[in-house]
Design a protein around this ligand. Structure first.
Ligand code: ZN
Length: 203
């Protein structure tokens, strides 16, 4: 299901065998409240991929061609590729974007190859959240981002099929909160594309 040939759950992105899926969910995410419909990922957040993503986030504003290739391979291999009408980069709070100088998810979204979909920045982060500590529980991470996002007035998400774009999925709390906000704005579908999925033992 990705260019590396590994198999992952199309709902949460974790390693799994396709034979372990029941109604499109792996044993780990069955029964969990996940607001995005499906996810595609480039790989696992470890080793070389982790190093590339870290250097991309820490000042290398030009997306590495390897990362762009990985993201596009995952996107094209996804079952929802043709469905996508709008790419929505996971937004940073304006103060963090000012500090960093760019939003890495927006840089990534601009590198995605799609014949018809456009990029929207009508999803915004209205509250500055704490950096998600690596060891925080999934519940604590979900609380940290609750209510942190909103759609701009006059947004065009209603009835649309949207793909969120982010660099890493850890517990999925951020993507989940973004997807919830988009669904509340009447989005028809919300998918997610990430470079890498981290924390294989948590959702
Ligand atoms: Zn799963």
């Amino acid at each position: 299901m990705s260019c590396t040939g590994d198999e992952y759950c199309p709902r949460c992105g974790k390693e799994t065998s396709r034979y372990a899926l029941v109604n499109g969910s792996c044993p780990d995410c069955q029964g969990k409240e996940i607001h995005f419909d499906q996810i595609a990922r480039g790989g696992v957040y470890a080793q070389a991929l982790q190093q590339m993503i870290l250097s991309f986030k820490k000042g290398r504003t030009e997306l590495d061609s390897t990362l762009a290739f990985l993201a596009n391979s995952a996107l094209e291999a996804s079952s929802f590729y043709k469905d996508i009408e709008i790419f929505v980069p996971v937004p940073l709070h304006w103060s963090r974007r000012l500090w960093r100088g760019y939003n890495q998810s927006f840089v990534l979204a601009k590198k995605l190859k799609h014949t018809t979909a456009r990029i929207s920045t009508e999803l915004v982060r209205i509250r500055r959240t704490k950096s998600q500590p690596a060891m925080a529980s999934p519940a604590a991470r979900a609380r940290n981002v609750a209510g942190a996002f909103a759609v701009r007035r006059g947004h065009r998400f209603s009835g649309r099929k949207i793909c969120l774009v982010d660099d890493i999925k850890t517990t999925g709390a951020t993507l989940n909160e973004c997807a919830k906000t988009l669904k509340e704005a009447c989005a028809a579908k919300v998918y997610a594309l990430v470079l890498a999925v981290a924390g294989q033992n948590v959702v």
